[in-house]
Write a protein that binds this ligand. Structure first.
Ligand code: LRH
Length: 483
């Protein structure tokens, strides 16, 4: 994404887009322990090609700065020469099954929550590292970098840990945002493996000539942004006042409010709320809802069956960027929208939905187990997933209000989900509050806004950055309908 930013300008040009998905390969002596890896070299190669296109699109203006964000929690290990030891594992890998429970036997969940402020997610880095420490790679490891920081290292030669993403690892102190060495030690990984933590907005120096020159970027520097994608998305929530909730909805849906201080009460732990660090030290008080992943899984299954064409993996409700033609996710969503309210809903938070693979059967089994009608037609499955998501969003918003004491007048839906009109309508109805949908590219906008502020193209607090998003982007409003 090539951004152009000034006091009255906030524009994104999509110069490249590429696929990303975890890759399963056989492992174990008999090949029966499949592993899920990220193809991080493939991503790097695609990112470099994207940078070259950005350089061409920017022309003689050049590209002032670059910022990297990705999903949270995953990491790579580097050896003493700074070389990548292995393809990073995906957090959806089954290796962390049951590990959190083991850790909590040594450090009770309540005590851990008081230190790192995180909800219980089985794949948080702290649990992944317990498994890593028992494996063969750690003894060769000299450094651990989170994924955006790994790409940042390859871009600039600088090794740091950006604090919004560090806050998702479970290894950082919720109050300071810095590493908590005792929590790192608990995993069996030496704290010395972790690089210095820096905050979003830190200029990290010029790109390596080997990167900048072929891409013809000009004098470009790397800026640490909210490198956790959700942190960047929350920067660009076009809120007008503090009484807002957000649903940052892509593969995951991150639902919550923004606070100045963490909430660490036992009720908050029980409700599964996390206190992740936001840009400018704000607290992203939120809960992970499974998100469009479940719908993506259904669509992929139908695509493999050969009948849904052209979805391009998009679940936002557009026709997608795929192979041309007759998707028709649009038609499927229209049919789902025609179905009456009050159909089956499932608990989308159930761990059964976490791994990749066929999803329709999982949705149907969850309905059956809950004693609900089982959706058979595709439109009914889609409607069930979207109703389930909307109801989960509403439950989380209510919990966030109750647990944080923050009133909420409006729910902002940002990310790909903002394009899905049916989901937004159902969310407004379920929340009993208006939904303001957009921007779709909130994460990229939050990323470039933080760069622009660091390089002096704009100034101000998050509220000023959000006002700029409001001035430059059209939002869709959905009023809740009476029940
Ligand atoms: C969304 C996200 C989310 C994390 C998950 C691993 O992309 O970063 O905030 O919990 O991925």
């Amino acid at each position: 994404m090539l951004g152009s930013v000034g006091p009255d300008l906030l524009d994104l040009e999509e110069v490249a887009r590429f696929r990303n998905g975890a890759v399963e390969v056989a492992a174990g002596a008999d090949g029966r322990e499949p592993r899920l890896h990220w193809d991080v070299l493939g991503l790097w190669q695609d990112a470099l090609a994207g940078l070259a296109r950005a350089g061409r699109a920017a022309g003689t203006d050049g590209v002032r700065s670059v910022g990297v964000d990705t999903w949270a929690v995953d990491y790579a290990l580097l050896d003493a020469d700074g070389g990548l030891i292995a393809n990073p594992r995906s957090y959806r890998d089954a290796r962390t099954d049951g590990v959190a429970e083991q850790v909590h036997r040594r450090l009770p969940a309540e005590e851990l929550y008081a230190r790192n402020g995180l909800q219980h997610l089985p794949f948080t880095t702290i649990y992944q590292l317990v498994v890593e420490a028992a494996g063969p790679l750690l003894e060769r490891a000299d450094q651990l970098l989170l994924l955006p920081d790994l790409l940042g290292f390859w871009l600039s030669g600088r090794r740091v840990a950006e604090s919004t993403n560090a806050s998702t690892t479970g290894l950082a102190d919720v109050r300071t945002g810095r590493w908590a060495p005792d929590l790192v030690r608990l995993t069996g990984v030496p704290p010395a493996l972790l690089p210095e933590v820096v905050d979003a907005g830190t200029a990290l120096g010029p790109l390596l000539p080997s990167v900048a020159e072929p891409a013809r970027l000009g004098a470009t520097e790397l800026v640490a942004v909210g490198s956790h994608d959700t942190a960047s998305a929350v920067v660009a929530v076009p809120a007008e006042h503090e009484r807002f909730a957000y649903v940052a909805c892509g593969t995951w849906a991150l639902v919550g409010v923004e606070l100045e201080e963490p909430v660490l009460s036992p009720e908050s732990l029980a409700a599964g709320f996390t206190n992740e660090r936001g840009v400018d030290g704000r607290v992203r008080y939120l809960h992970n809802v499974m998100g469009l992943w479940v719908l993506q899984g259904c669509l992929e299954e139908w695509r493999l069956e050969g009948d849904v064409r052209g979805t391009g993996g998009g679940t936002g409700g557009g026709t997608g960027g795929g192979t041309g033609g007759e998707v028709d996710l649009g038609r499927l969503l229209a049919a789902a929208g025609e179905l009456p309210a009050g159909g089956p809903v499932v608990d989308v938070d159930d761990a059964a939905f976490l791994p990749p693979g066929p999803m329709v059967g999982r949705v149907q089994r969850a309905c059956e187990a809950a004693g609900q009608p089982v959706p058979v037609e595709r439109a009914a499955v889609v409607r069930c997933v979207l109703d389930s998501l909307a109801q989960a969003f509403a439950r989380v918003v209510e919990d966030a209000v109750r647990l944080s004491g923050r009133d909420v007048d409006v729910v902002h839906v940002v990310g790909g989900g903002a394009r899905n009109a049916l989901l937004c309508r159902l969310t407004a109805d379920a929340c009993g509050r208006p939904v303001l949908a957009g921007p779709v590219e909130a994460t990229a906008l939050g990323n470039v806004l933080v760069q622009a502020r660091a390089t002096g193209a704009v100034a101000g607090a998050l509220e000023d950055l959000r006002a700029l998003v409001r001035r430059t982007h059209r939002l869709e409003r959905y009023e809740p309908r009476p029940r």
